[in-house]
Design a protein around this ligand. Sequence first.
Ligand code: ATP
Ligand code: MG
Length: 270
Amino acid sequence: MLRITNATKTFHPGTPNEVLALQGVDLHLEPGDFLIVIGTNGSGKSTLQNSVAGTFMLDSGRIRLNGHDITRWPEHKRARLIGRVFQNPFSGTAPNMTIAENLALAARRGKPRGLGWALNRETRDRFREQVRALNMGLEDRIDNEIGTLSGGQRQALTLLMASFVKPNLLLLDEHTAALDPKTADQVIHLTKQVVERDRLTTLMVTHSMQQAVHLGNRLIMMHKGRVIHDIRDDEKKRMRVEGLLDRFEEVRRVEALDLPAAELLKAAYI
Ligand SMILES: Nc1ncnc2c1ncn2[C@@H]1O[C@H](COP(=O)(O)OP(=O)(O)OP(=O)(O)O)[C@@H](O)[C@H]1O
Ligand SMILES: [Mg+2]
């Protein structure tokens, strides 16, 4: 379904600000895989998602999605196959358009332009039912502008829109990080529902160890642009929050060990 081979990405190469954001990432997802991605800040999680979505091109490596080699496809072309939800509730929807208009746009993803998107009675009724299922009391507000909704309500709608036309791949990047705990739980519940109902192949980044433990059938931990742990199936099911925290602690210990070694090396070259 998704096959990333030897992906590398360096930002600001050859300058003092050089960042090796991806250093040879290999990742293969089967259809219906729900992959959780964890890792410290700056470990390359968003870069991995951005490179799959086509926000920028890889320096080297290949990306295949659903039989297509999309490595050089522009972002808008990949968007036909990929649904995305970001951390920022403001980035997924058009604020000056109503809920119904946003949904109408989402329903047209991947279709040729110019067919018109008449909001007839039947379509509006269908939208209202889909919005009702979110359990956020938005069914009577489908003619309100999205800009008037709370962050949690917008995230729930963005998720609905991202999965409207079943995407080949769903990318979620800390999509509940900006929400209060109760709303975050609601959006996570919805995520689980949508992903399981449509068996969506999903790549979800989170800093919540609870989410990492309870969601998905596979989990990777990234560090410095590499995948350093890949936990699946039964091992994933058995994983507990403490187990994950231990792995973060392990990374911290190795870092602490590395530091003096790096200092010594630097000293040797000065
Ligand atoms: N567009 C960019 N230009 C320059 N550097 C970038 C860019 N995007 C990411 N980076 C750098 O690449 C590294 C990896 O960033 P990335 O955003 O992938 O981390 P992350 O794992 O998503 O972190 P976080 O948990 O904080 O979201 C960081 O050092 C970051 O500063
Ligand atoms: Mg990130």
